[in-house]
Design a protein around this ligand. Structure first.
Ligand SMILES: CC(C)(COP(=O)(O)OP(=O)(O)OC[C@H]1O[C@@H](n2cnc3c(N)ncnc32)[C@H](O)[C@@H]1OP(=O)(O)O)[C@@H](O)C(=O)NCCC(=O)NCCS
Length: 213
């Protein structure tokens, strides 16, 4: 199957919600995520806030023959002025406000990435990730994922993303990992204790010039 990627402007993302939810449900209802139909509906609720993020980006992968959406990626700046993102209130509690303010706020947060199972392992997820990050003012980006999300974590790791912290969110049985994209500063330990190492975080994640709008 031939695939093409296209950027979707924020205003056109909500009308695409049904198609994105279908991809999301196909990808996230399977292990390790095992999300229920109600959790997949929550994706649509989140989406309404996410499209309002400063610097919001959406890239979809479509089958060239019939236009079916088989993957997508969303991201945006974790700005103070944005509608409250999924993790930030909880991140305050688990990594501390200094790390949130110094390392995560005003950086590009990779919000969602999904590829339908029949289309997985063909390079689409990696291409979506590359496309959504292309042309950012700097390479700094971060995300939160499950520690046991092997496919996703390997995809990011192969592109140089590092585990910055393993965190346990209240109400979630499984640990999450905060990962940061490659930056120009090298030599970071695989895992840091962020509440004790905000300066390291700042160096590792880096400033993202012009990202605060
Ligand atoms: C993660 C996901 C988007 C990857 O999409 P994909 O199109 O299969 O990814 P790619 O084909 O570009 O794979 C890139 C690399 O990721 C890793 N990878 C992907 N699927 C993998 C799997 N099932 N097991 C192990 N590694 C895997 C591999 O390193 C792969 O490179 P390789 O094939 O050269 O070894 C897809 O598996 C998915 O939708 N998963 C469920 C939702 C999810 O976890 N989203 C991310 C949340 S942060």
């Amino acid at each position: 199957m031939s695939i093409h990627l296209c950027r979707v402007p924020a205003a056109a993302v909500i009308p695409l919600g049904g198609e994105l939810r279908a991809v999301y449900a196909a990808a996230f209802s399977r292990p390790p995520w095992g999300e229920s139909a109600a959790q997949c509906d929550d994706f649509l609720v989140r989406l309404r806030d996410q499209v309002g993020r400063p610097g919001f980006r959406c890239v979809v992968a479509r089958a060239t023959d019939d236009g079916t959406v088989c993957g997508f990626v969303l991201g945006g700046i974790a700005s103070r002025t944005a509608a409250e993102p999924l993790w930030t209130p909880r991140l305050d509690a688990v990594v501390g406000p200094e790390v949130v303010e110094g390392c995560l706020r005003d950086r590009f947060e990779l919000l969602e990435l999904a590829v339908t199972p029949p289309c997985q392992r063909r390079g689409i997820g990696g291409s979506l990730l590359d496309a959504v990050l292309a042309g950012l003012p700097c390479e700094c980006a971060w995300l939160v994922t499950r520690q046991d999300a092997v496919a996703a974590r390997r995809l990011y790791a192969r592109r140089g993303w590092l585990d910055m912290a393993v965190v346990q969110f209240p109400g979630h049985a499984e640990p999450r990992v905060i990962m940061a994209s490659p930056s120009r500063s090298a030599g970071w330990p695989d895992v840091v204790t962020p509440t004790r190492s905000p300066a390291r975080w700042r160096r590792r994640v880096g400033e993202c010039p012009g990202s605060s709008g």
